[in-house]
Design a binder for this molecule. Structure first.
Ligand code: BGC
Length: 470
């Protein structure tokens, strides 16, 4: 049996749009995503998140699952579009929906009542539509309003939030929205916009970080990094290596490097672009604005240079995988997580005062594929592949801890099956299966396996989870 440090956080994660089916958001389509999903051809299986898991109303029962699984931590996100349905145009004076504020207060209170530590994300990919219509994160009003939102919710939920997350995966968001175009605003190869977006997200993060700290100096505030090891397909190819280097420098390092130094500096050759000149330099309040390192880790990307148009500054990744993949086509690569924790994040381990930042894995999980209209039966319950993914990644984390990584918690993505963005409902990441037409929840084998790990604060390296059938 290997054990984790005392007090280790064992949890699961969700995000509002993916689970809620928030009636006020859906009836008014007040978010970019609520609108995006109803346009033809954008979601692979033609589903929407209009109902998703109906978590908005079903959360009291769903939170019970946490105790059933012996979990001590839960991650949610707030529905910014529903909380702030209106503004005065300057982004500075917001009208707040007190019903929504109350909703999350009840939810957080319930978690506290159950003895659960809370992670709360402020931006998990969804913008108020009124801001999206005015350029979204490209408009300087957006970071201003985001800072204001942070101030308000930090005041409202003081004492109810253990860990704040300002932005979820700013680089994944930028990449999907401005480079590959699969998410709103749906732009492709818009590099100048992407860099503007990163700049404004850094500003928004700094404003939110400072606002939360002004309300509560002891708050723990960070943002999540989607960390992906990039590997050159042909290690001897200078062009594959160049693509590997650029993607790593931008996707993994640009944001944390900026927070570490307080300055946005684009790596060469992006630094030569005229458009990045006004975006570079010091951002007020940014330096050290990261109290812990929040890592979302799923897979690696194998990079190769492509000569095919349209020209992609970052090259392309290999489509054909050499190792086991999940329903998203993502490779299982636990050694990458070990490297991230022990080496790749080393530049961000300490803040400028020498404080060692704790590391929390805020997402990690495995996707399977089952159509959204499945109801009864045993489908997907015996999820050995998820169990072995979970186990291999926990072993990698444990090994990293043994070698000095200050990892203090692990949050599995996700508690429930949910709406997987452009892939729709058929991609299933849940420990708990959701039969969408009936909304029935059923624990998968992996949920039982994870519950045992959380209870023991450790795992038996020889256990395959096979003996856990219920
Ligand atoms: C996101 C989640 C998403 C998960 C699996 C992360 O990038 O934060 O919203 O569902 O990955 O793709």
């Amino acid at each position: 049996m290997i054990t984790f440090p005392e007090g280790f956080l064992w949890g699961a994660a969700t995000s509002h749009f993916q689970v809620e089916g928030n009636p006020s958001e859906i009836s008014t389509r007040c978010s970019d995503w609520a609108e995006w999903t109803v346009a033809d051809g954008r979601i692979a299986d033609r589903t929407t998140a209009d109902q998703a898991c109906q978590f908005f109303n079903r959360y009291p029962d769903d939170l019970e699952l946490l105790n059933q699984l012996n979990l001590n931590t839960f991650r949610i996100s707030l529905n910014w579009p529903a909380i702030c349905p209106d503004a005065n145009g300057s982004g500075l004076l917001l009208s707040i929906d007190s019903g929504q504020i109350e909703h999350y207060r009840q939810l957080l209170r319930r978690l506290k009542g159950q003895g659960i530590k809370t992670f709360v994300t402020l931006f998990h990919f969804c913008l108020p539509k009124r801001l999206a219509d005015r350029g979204g994160w490209l408009n300087p009003a957006t970071p201003e309003e985001f800072g204001r939102l942070a101030e308000i919710v930090a005041r409202e939920y003081k004492g109810l939030v253990d860990y704040w997350i300002t932005l979820n995966e700013p680089l994944a968001y930028t990449y999907q929205g401005y480079i590959c175009g699969a998410w709103p605003p749906g732009l492709k190869h818009s590099y100048d916009d992407a860099f503007q977006c990163i700049h404004n997200m850094l500003k928004g993060h700094a404003l939110a970080y400072q606002a939360i700290h002004a309300e509560d100096p002891h708050a723990r505030v960070s943002y999540t990094m989607h960390w992906r090891p990039f590997i050159a397909r042909n290690k001897l190819s200078p062009t594959d290596q160049m693509v590997r280097h650029l993607r790593d420098a931008v996707f993994n390092h640009l944001f944390p490097k900026s927070v570490q130094s307080g300055k946005l500096q684009f790596p060469f050759p992006f630094s030569l672009k005229k458009a990045v000149e006004p975006l570079s330099g010091t951002i007020p309040g940014l330096k050290d604005a990261m109290d812990y390192l929040a890592i979302n880790y799923y897979t690696r990307d194998v990079c190769e240079f492509s000569y095919e148009p349209p020209f992609d500054l970052f090259g392309v990744k290999t489509v054909k995988s050499e190792i086991e993949v999940n329903g998203m086509g993502w490779e299982s690569y636990p050694e990458g997580l070990y490297n991230v924790l022990t080496e790749e994040i080393a530049p961000y381990r300490f803040d400028s005062k020498g404080f060692e930042r704790p590391i929390i894995i805020t997402e990690n999980g495995y996707a399977s594929v089952f159509p959204a209209d499945m109801t009864d039966g045993n489908w997907s319950l015996d999820d050995q592949a998820r169990i072995s993914y979970l186990k291999s990644h926990l072993l990698a984390i444990h090994e990293a801890i043994k070698h000095g990584a200050n990892v203090q918690g692990y949050l599995h993505w996700a508690l429930l099956d949910n709406f997987e963005w452009s892939e729709g409902l058929r991609i299933r990441f849940g420990l708990v299966r959701v039969a969408y037409p009936t909304q029935v929840r059923t624990l998968r084998q992996s949920a039982h396996y994870y519950a045992q790990i959380a209870r023991q604060n450790g795992l038996d390296a020889g256990d395959t989870g096979n003996g856990l059938a219920r």
